[in-house]
Design a protein around this ligand. Sequence first.
Ligand code: CUA
Length: 373
Amino acid sequence: MVENRAERVHLGRGFWGVTALLAVLAAASVVFWYVAPVYDWLHLPVAIETAKHVDELSTFMFATGSALYIFVLGYIIYFSLEFRARKSDPPDAIGIQIHDNHKLEFWWTIVPAAFVVLLSVVSVRIWYQIMPLAPATDLVVESIGHQFYWTFRYPEINGEVTGEMHLPVGVPVDLNLTSSDVIHSFWVPAMRLKNDMVPGMVTVIRLTPTKPGRYPIVCTQFCGTAHNTMNAMVDNTKQFVVVEDKASFDKWYQGWKIKNAHVSNELPVASTGTVDLANGSVSAGQALFAQKCSACHALGPFSQVVVGPGLKGVLHDPAHPNLVDGDPSTPENVAKILQNGYTGSMGSMPNASTNGLTNQDISNLVAYLNSLK
Ligand code: CUA
């Protein structure tokens, strides 16, 4: 064991001076987070009262985090300069050995553990402040995530509301969230509330909007190639939550009730039986392909695999006379795969029921695929 560093088993000459400097910087950073209008800079207005509790937690974490960061980084820089290898050291010199220093190990375990417990206590307290346990009785709104937009359902409006979601100010509301295709996440930054939208599952956000305004909705799960278009923070032509007084809300609500009066609330019936391929619409098929198929299928040649194979020429490719299930590539057999789904060596694709395809949808898709040569 080389003992040439024995004389340096100490904290270094400048330790207490550096500590005092870091303490001043850390205190300044804490003051900064509590005084600076950070949430204004981030364009985060407060649309509901409870958003303030989330901000309190964020500010607490920013403040303690930056103070810790200043100490950790400061000491790393100080110690690596103070205890750097000197020219006079022999080539096999090793640093000061601190293994089995029980006092040190005790403190570096206790301090972070106590901090984590403190954080969890503060977080759980705020969780109960922002999430009422009782369901809302006045208004329940459903929001459904799609690739790549949201629709909304209201108790007395037939069908779905597109575009903006409106909420009356001061009325407790339950937002029931789900998805029609892949996992999205519904986030209204001004409300500091977010929940995933999972197909086949309903998740809930409970809130009482308290400040009228127009607040962006953002999707925060990568949900496909156009995920970025589900973000009204960066594109103000996208979808917003509009919080308004009761009279304006009622007017909007009546408007949609009348507009959708003729719309049926029946769900489309998933494809069964024989599909009539004669009346497919290429343009409707193209729109549907972009909406439902493009997440997994490119419009390139067979070899251009995204999740499934590229579908350009699926009906006109001499190199691939058969479909992935081995059947000849005819419109009828493509319709059969769309109806029943596929599981095999290429992977798997859900059936028409899971993909939400009606007989007409399948007929449109086959017409479109047939047009790609
Ligand atoms: Cu929807 Cu990302």
